[in-house]
Write a protein that binds this ligand. Sequence first.
Ligand code: PA5
Length: 356
Amino acid sequence: MILDRWEEFQEKDPGNMLAEIEHLPEQLKKAWSLGQDMPLQESRRIRNVVLAGMGGSAIGADLLQAYALSHVPIPIIVWRNYALPAFVGKESLVILSSHSGNTEETLSAFDHALETGAKLIAVTTGGELAVRAKDAGVPLWQFEHVGQPRAAVGYSFGLLLAAISHMGWLPDPVEEVADAVASMKDQQVALGADVPIAQNAAKRVAGQLVGRWPTFIGADFLAPVARRWRTQVSEIAKAVAQFEELPEADHNLVAGVPYPEELIPKMMVIFLKASHYHPRNQLRIDVTREVLMVEGFNTDLFQAQGKSRLAQQWTTLHFGDYVSYYLAMSYGVDPSPVPAIEELKRRIKDLTEGKS
Ligand code: PA5
């Protein structure tokens, strides 16, 4: 069984994505403490927050939004596009997040935010975003990370959490951060590459996904984690996947499951469940799973680990990262490079510059 021949992983994983996943708890801890000393904006008179970014740099914003919305007294939205919504103005805080600093949608949002007179913070490792932030005197939250943007999710979340918390909009999450880090570390003992499939739940889930079309379903603060599982399967395992959110999926997805019949045995639906969910969403996870099983879908359930909401969000995310890694190993693909994304960016750039 390939997943138990872990000595061969290194050959398939020259960029050592496995180490990035293993060190995620430490990265989250480091990002949170780095965020304690970063320059801030004056929080009075801020009426809304926009978190702008794409892909691996946007997922931290989704996680933050889902975690913080139940505390923060003003709206927070995640913006994945050019420009900015029309409501952005002098009373907005716009946080631009781009790992490379060179993502055109995020740079467009930066320029737009400057024009509106909004308050800005730029979160990046460097690139054009850092240059523009320095030129405009915008607080620059620069962090060091060599590797793939999606592997820096600890930074893209931890720094935003520090920013929102220092603005005084959140009860101090320091204990939840510590709980998240400790719970991830506890959980990962049984998920390592050297833990055989019989004892390794992440390898078993990856094995169930091989040759199947996965759908990940989460609710509340795990809805962005379902998205993360999907994006990690896309970028790490180079495989198709989708994600859904409850309770919304109960109002449409469950109606569209009988067809095409020949596809159903190929589907695998994984439900993400947490004890911190709204009780009705806990019930919905179980009932929705039953509905899909009756229709012939393969299903499984991951129960979030840890006590606090943050621990449950991050243990579920971390487990999904391991699953996508083991799926990549099963398919024999290199988990680090994303040539399709690079090629698409290059084609868009060439077309803009008039090259064929
Ligand atoms: O994971 C990836 O490589 C992508 O999803 C990138 O994060 C995305 O293209 C945006 O790039 P950046 O994170 O550098 O802004």
